[in-house]
Design a protein around this ligand. Structure first.
Ligand SMILES: [Zn+2]
Ligand SMILES: [Zn+2]
Length: 129
């Protein structure tokens, strides 16, 4: 998979890929670092940042921001997110669940190729408490 995306295979890239690419998930660089540090004590936060950035440029991940935190997403299809402001859970909203977005009037002459919304609030669990 790395090679088909033009990336040379290194032990660090393999470790990051094995952690986040097999199934759709949302991670921050810090989460990846804390998980891999146990099995790869030599890995640095900087390497994780670089690797995630390379994966993003190669189309293996997409990136978005929630409350100033960069989140990397191994689901690269276009989709919206909902984020719980209490437990920080992030869920994917598949395109079928979205209302088709109205292009704002001010963008009438733009060619929009990406539109992504982040819904925030309390998830059902947190809302119960
Ligand atoms: Zn919650
Ligand atoms: Zn997502």
């Amino acid at each position: 998979m790395l090679r088909s995306h033009g990336l040379r295979v290194t032990p660090q890239r393999l470790a990051v890929a094995a952690l986040i690419l097999p199934k759709p998930m949302h991670v921050t660089a810090r989460m990846v670092y804390q998980t891999l540090r146990e099995t790869h004590p030599a890995i640095s936060m900087n390497t994780i940042y670089l690797t995630l950035g390379q994966f993003e440029s190669s189309g293996l991940l997409q990136r978005f921001e929630i409350n100033g935190t960069t989140v990397f997403d191994s689901n690269t299809a276009a989709h919206d997110h909902a984020c719980c402001s209490r437990c920080k859970a992030i869920i994917d909203l598949s395109p079928q669940q979205q209302e088709s977005p109205q292009q704002p009037h001010a963008l009438a002459r733009w060619h929009i190729d990406r539109e992504q919304r982040i819904w925030s609030g309390l998830c059902p669990n947190c809302a119960k408490q």
